[in-house]
Design a protein around this ligand. Structure first.
Ligand code: NDP
Length: 327
């Protein structure tokens, strides 16, 4: 039976990855912050995984976690993940997204250099991309504090692979969504808005920039790529993306149409909600390497993803309304 250690297990990706690893027969241990509270995302598998407390900035606590669990694979998903918040917390973002990855790499080197390591890298490392679509060879040019921190970790993975021969991979993942995303993330906000309006629970949805574009995929598909990366003969970095760029307007149109509504009757634009200039980039990824070498492909396309998000919120809101009626 294989053993895996996952940091950030209570997050969106951590929870989908834990489910995938359990399905494949792994013993799964999640690293959580000291004093961490409840984790809704992993409730369904909570009795099948072990949780262990460790501080990403405390290499000794990470080494102790590795000693205790002896994993063959480590997935480093823990980091502040909401890009706009990195402007408010650039130091914390750098500490956990950049230095945290380095302390984990150091702990691995000290405890067991044969451990296979996955680093949650991000399309934000390309910032204002110098080419489109981006590939693994596109130069890094991050512009947000989040992107800069992720670029640091990305380079460290590369550096440890070369210097110490570690089996370490960066998955350069583009935006991926699911019903487990909090409402501050735009696709979830749109899905929740469409669902609530269709149920008569909300009157309008206020958004920032309808022309902003992103390369969106489904989290369940993307965690499969993480696992595949660690099953290869050689460690490499891989772009994981849908390869399609869609505007917020298209997403809104698709989500509202799914519940039989014309979005133009309900969506109001507030320019005050627009993201800063450094976030107005058009990233789109080319995952040819992942498709060819990992045999990876996504199962959900853009429309199916939007429908999945809306359906989940309709279901959630209906269940909530029913339970409130009963009280
Ligand atoms: P989530 O925000 O859902 O999960 C992040 C996890 O990191 C949570 O479990 C959180 O713990 C943990 N975490 C955050 N800050 C700290 C900290 N200071 N110390 C310890 N743990 C911390 O993000 P996702 O699951 O969506 O993303 C997973 C990883 O992939 C992240 O590193 C993210 O940056 C990266 N990524 C995500 C993309 C996406 O579109 N989803 C795209 C590209 C990269 P807690 O539950 O206690 O808050």
């Amino acid at each position: 039976m294989s053993r895996a250690l996952v940091t950030g297990i209570g997050g969106q990706d951590g929870s989908y990855l834990a489910e995938l690893l359990l399905e494949r027969g792994y013993t799964v241990t999640g690293v959580v912050r000291p004093g961490a509270a409840a984790y809704g995302n992993i409730e369904a598998v909570r009795d099948r995984i072990e949780l262990i407390e460790a501080d990403l900035l405390d290499q000794a606590s990470l080494a102790a976690a590795l000693e205790q669990t002896r994993p063959e694979e480590v997935y480093n998903l823990a980091a502040p993940s909401f890009v706009p918040a990195s402007w408010d917390q650039p130091v914390t973002t750098a500490e956990f997204a950049a230095v945290g990855a380095t302390s984990l790499l150091e702990a691995i080197r000290a405890v067991d250099p044969s451990i296979r390591f996955y680093q949650a890298s991000s399309s934000e490392i390309f910032g204002e991309p110098r080419e489109s679509p981006q590939t693994e060879d596109t130069p890094l040019d991050p512009v947000t504090p989040y992107g800069v921190a992720k670029a640091y970790a990305h380079f460290m993975v590369n550096s440890y692979r070369r210097q110490y021969g570690l089996f370490a991979c960066s998955g350069i993942l583009y935006n991926h969504e699911s019903p487990r995303r909090p409402l501050q993330f735009l696709p979830r906000k749109v899905a929740h808005g469409a669902a609530a309006i269709s149920l008569g629970q909300q009157e309008e949805l206020v958004l920032g920039d309808l022309d902003a574009r992103r390369d969106w995929g489904y989290a369940g598909d993307y965690v499969r790529a993480m696992w595949l990366m660690l099953q290869q003969d050689e460690p490499r970095d891989y772009i994981i993306a849908s390869g399609e760029s869609h505007s917020v307007r298209e997403l809104v149109q698709c989500a509202f149409a799914h519940v039989g509504l014309d979005w133009q009757d309900y969506v109001r634009v507030d320019p005050g909600l627009q993201r800063g200039a450094a976030e107005l980039h058009h990233l789109v990824g080319d995952s040819a390497r992942a498709r060819e070498q990992l045999g990876w492909s996504s199962e959900l396309d853009f429309d199916q993803l939007a429908h999945l998000l809306v359906d989940a919120d309709v279901e959630r809101l209906q269940a909530l309304a029913t339970s409130m009626e009963r009280q």
